[in-house]
Design a protein around this ligand. Sequence first.
Ligand SMILES: NC(=O)c1ccc[n+]([C@@H]2O[C@H](COP(=O)([O-])OP(=O)(O)OC[C@H]3O[C@@H](n4cnc5c(N)ncnc54)[C@H](OP(=O)(O)O)[C@@H]3O)[C@@H](O)[C@H]2O)c1
Length: 254
Amino acid sequence: MNQLLNKVAVITGGNSGIGFATAQVFLTNGARVLITGRKEAAVNQAVAALGSGAAGFVADQGKLSDADALAAHVKAEYGQVDVLFINAGIAQMVPFPDASEQHFDDVMNINFKGAFFTAQKLLPLLKDGGTIVFLSSISAISGMVGNAVYSASKAALNSLARTLTRELAPRNIRVNVVNPGPIATPIFEKIGLPAEQLEEAKGRLGQAIPLQRIGEAVEVARLVAFLASDDAKFISGAEVNIDGGIMVHPVATL
Ligand SMILES: NC(=O)c1ccc[n+]([C@@H]2O[C@H](COP(=O)([O-])OP(=O)(O)OC[C@H]3O[C@@H](n4cnc5c(N)ncnc54)[C@H](OP(=O)(O)O)[C@@H]3O)[C@@H](O)[C@H]2O)c1
């Protein structure tokens, strides 16, 4: 408890799923939290549900002008930031032969380009000794069928984090990546699969995981809170899988 006392945290995509759960855990640990989202009503609803210590700002991570506006808002309201959690992302299942330029741009603009420039534009406000956590995916390092652009967008994030780990170290800014496996959040309803196929896929995924279940958003949130806290002050450049063991190759079992 109070791992993040008096720290200021910005969480992109905080109105839902892992971002929202992380805002809750950060608040419980004493932080002040600014969440972003692209829909005003959803952001307002989330801020009201989060309660004291939470605030919201409408910013589309796919728009660079919104990243500028976010940085100006953060500077005016908070001055400086201790924790930047770049979490917003979208997933769309599209087989490689069907992937259009529009699909490529939509996913890359939010998941990678937007993440890149949000971090860049907020960097001058990040305190020396502050920290950045990027929310990636095991897709960054595995081969997930029907997920070429999403996986590449996440792999690019992991690469960016490695570079920033070294570039920002002189300011004692730590940079880490969290790679979740399947986590029960509203993202599943947004990926474009029919309801029946989605339920079947979730069941199959759960069985493929050594711990025999899909993860919970709060489980990822607790990991992010740890990485963001001073308890992790010698951890930088880490890419942590949180996946119930799915990245351990099953062929290794006799
Ligand atoms: N759930 C999983 O199994 C899983 C596994 C690996 C990685 N991840 C990653 O975890 C992160 C969080 O996803 P989640 O599972 O928590 O899904 P989620 O419930 O859909 O949350 C994603 C959040 O990002 C927001 N967002 C999407 N596009 C945005 C944009 N252009 N600008 C600002 N906000 C935007 C969403 O807002 P809206 O409500 O407007 O959509 C939502 O608040 C994503 O980066 C995702 O790729 C998830």
